[in-house]
Write a protein that binds this ligand. Structure first.
Ligand code: COA
Length: 318
């Protein structure tokens, strides 16, 4: 069976910053409340003339350039999103059109904040069993367009951003050693964003809503579980994991999970303070920022969790 790994990444965020101080002028909140409860200080927000495709194309071109391949060499694009520019065609094709990836097959997946790790797991499977060499896993989210800016509990949490990752079986630099995808559909009402029916009727049902406390506990447990289960699949002791790159939802979730994980020397990568929760783009934004800190042989665990409720993880040997 062919070895599969990631080779390079690109990332892009909007220029416009929405700080906690800005939010203080919009809703009844405070910088102190937001920082204490979430760790978020600012987030990036698309302006009305911008699209998520603009960011995805930027990220995709950077990722291809760093891998020294042309977009025409890509065999497929898997785009993770719960907030595409259009319902159809899939965002994957809009990216493909702009970067001139002329021979791709492609599709979008919607697994909310677990989407990037699901995308990597699907890409790995395709690269193992089909006659393909290069895939691009993109994640682009504009959740700020799906939150109600009069709802102080939720509007403080989100930002926009996009990432792209080249996954290949042709001299992969950073090997995917194990993956996991899971869900508990009985909890599908815990985190919800509305859709077509909500837009046709009362628009209030369209906006993001969640059972924050139960999602918090679920997330902490899933990070801890993935830390044990995923390395075990590859016969690796979890104590050997050097870095965890979790979905960047909330600093308190990350700190609570880190406390549960007793392994000495495991470091959690955090950048939620700068970008807020960017749903499926968040793990990639953190991974891309930390890229040069990793050394050959380091074990890096990516962990996603979110609506579904869903979870997933990718263990990479750097
Ligand atoms: N500013 C000031 N006060 C706020 C506020 C804000 N932005 N948002 C809520 N409050 C108030 C509430 O009205 C409530 O007041 P009350 O006690 O007078 O009723 C109080 O703060 C506590 O609200 P609560 O919702 O219970 O806060 P919490 O401690 O559970 O924190 C979250 C809320 C969302 C930060 C927390 O539940 C969380 O992080 N959950 C995980 C969610 C997550 O990351 N989801 C994404 C998964 S992908």
């Amino acid at each position: 069976m062919k070895s599969v790994g990631i080779r390079s990444m690109g990332a892009a965020v909007p220029k416009k910053i929405l700080s906690n101080q800005d939010l203080e002028k919009m809703v009844d909140t405070s910088d102190e409340w937001i920082v204490t409860r979430t760790g978020i200080r600012e987030r990036r927000v698309l302006e009305s003339h911008e699209t998520i495709n603009d960011l995805l194309v930027q990220a995709a071109l950077t990722a291809c350039e760093k891998s020294n391949i042309s977009p025409g060499q890509l065999d497929f694009i898997i785009n993770s999103t719960l907030s595409p520019d259009r319902i159809s065609p899939a965002q994957a094709f809009e990216i493909g059109r702009e970067i001139k990836a002329e021979k791709i097959f492609g599709f979008d997946i919607n697994v909310a904040c677990s989407g990037f790790v699901y995308g990597l797991a699907i890409a790995e499977s395709l690269l193992k069993v089909r006659d393909v060499s290069y895939g691009l896993v993109t994640a682009g989210e504009q959740v700020t367009r799906m939150v109600d800016y009069t709802d102080r509990a939720n509007c403080i949490l989100f930002g926009d951003g996009a990432t792209a990752t080249v996954v290949t079986n042709d001299q992969p630099d950073h090997l995917i050693v194990a993956t996991e995808m899971g869900s508990d559909p009985t909890l599908s009402n815990e985190v919800v964003i509305g859709g077509i029916n909500d837009l046709l009727n009362d628009k209030s049902g369209y906006y993001f809503r969640q059972n924050g406390r139960s999602v918090f506990k679920f997330a902490v447990n899933k990070i801890k579980e993935m830390f044990e289960v995923v390395p075990r699949k590859a016969g690796i002791d979890s104590a050997k994991i050097r870095y965890v790159v979790p979905h960047q939802a909330n600093i308190r979730i990350i700190e609570a999970a880190a406390k549960e994980i007793t392994s000495n020397g495991t470091e959690f990568i955090v950048n939620v303070n700068k970008y807020g929760n960017t749903s499926s783009a968040s793990i990639g934004l953190a991974l891309n920022e930390a890229w040069n800190r990793f050394e050959k042989g380091d074990l890096v665990l990516l962990v996603g969790f979110g609506a579904g409720l869903s979870w997933g993880a990718t263990l990479i040997e750097w």
